[in-house]
Design a binder for this molecule. Sequence first.
Ligand SMILES: [Zn+2]
Length: 434
Amino acid sequence: MYYNEEIETMSREELHRLQSERLVRIVKYTYDNVEFYRKRMDEHHVAPSDIKSVDDISKLPFMTKQDLRDYYPYGTFAAPAESIVRFHASSGTTGKPIVAGYTQNDLDCWSEGVARCLTAYGLSHKDIIQVSYGYGLFTGGLGAHDGAHRIGAATLPTSSGNTSKQIMLMKDLGSTALCCTPSYALFLAESLENDPDTDISRDIKLKVGVFGAEPWTENMRKELESKLRIKAYDIYGLTEVSGPGVGGECECQDGTHLWEDMFYPEIIDPVSLQPVPHGNRGELVFTTLLKEGMPVIRYRTRDLTYLDYSRCKCGRTMVRMGKILGRSDDMLIVRGVNVFPSTVESVIMEFPEFNGQYFITVDRVNSTDTFDVDVELRPELYNGNMSGILKLKDALTWRMVSVLGIKPAVHIAEPGSIERSMGKAKHVMDKRKF
Ligand SMILES: [Zn+2]
């Protein structure tokens, strides 16, 4: 099922024409309305008239999160203040957040993106969609909420936290879909398993999970699908570009379709900043083709992935993005080796003995980096069988060595001892920064 069949299945030639027309317009619009873009383009000796199609996009300069911070709060807004109808902000842990402003058209495009995703997951006006993303400045809650309305589904806006109430409403109202971060879904699943009054197959009506806002692995998908008895789908997005629903998986679960008629993606080499050949891995860059409030031109997301332009079996022609392999920002350099927390997670999830909760600590002692990984055992295996635990610890350590190329100190933790997250999970502490 498609939400917007004409657009989702349009030929690549037609799409190229539509993207080009929109790019020409947005470049002129931002140049005319935003001093930041005008200065940046003038410095790069490129004028709006140099952009005739998307094939010219590499003539334009990049922008980064730092630019959005430097021009906080209104410096990259292109629409007049009176036409902004909503603000959101990123969850910056240090300094000023990234603030995004939306016009009504921007909210309509955003909810259309989410509606396309929800429809691709098989959801419709018949569903009850429990939105357990945080409501507020974070785009997750209201983004999923507006998309659910757009397809006529009932929303259950529980927001994040208060897990026992979430479970009660999920059971009593019969939620059929759950939108939240994968780490919160895992926590909910554990809570359901531990609830003596709940039999998941009898009491829970969920059929679909809509998970995003943090990278997650195929192993995590399997875990969530089996624990919650659902199909788990990826939804992708970021506040700087719009919010969740920049793209989503289809029923084939073979990559995340990006809604290229609204968000033009590129993959670049994060060091040389040159485009990489189709299919190669690199950093994802977006240009918003329709946004009025706060458009971005060649925004470097720091997300590392690849794009697949081959036609999907679902019939959609829109490009598919591979799983996010990590963020160039999140990459840890430990004893000179590049380590992505998502890779550590995927190694842990290869072992059915672990419950998916983990924490990485990096520090520097006597000018050498230390690299500690705490993982939790499933409760039923934490039974004082020390030789079994030691064997498992060895097996995990050596698997990490072979995949990461460096040896961590693995600690098997008591079930429930690693702090749970209600929103985006915190899996890493780099003490070298303090
Ligand atoms: Zn597809």
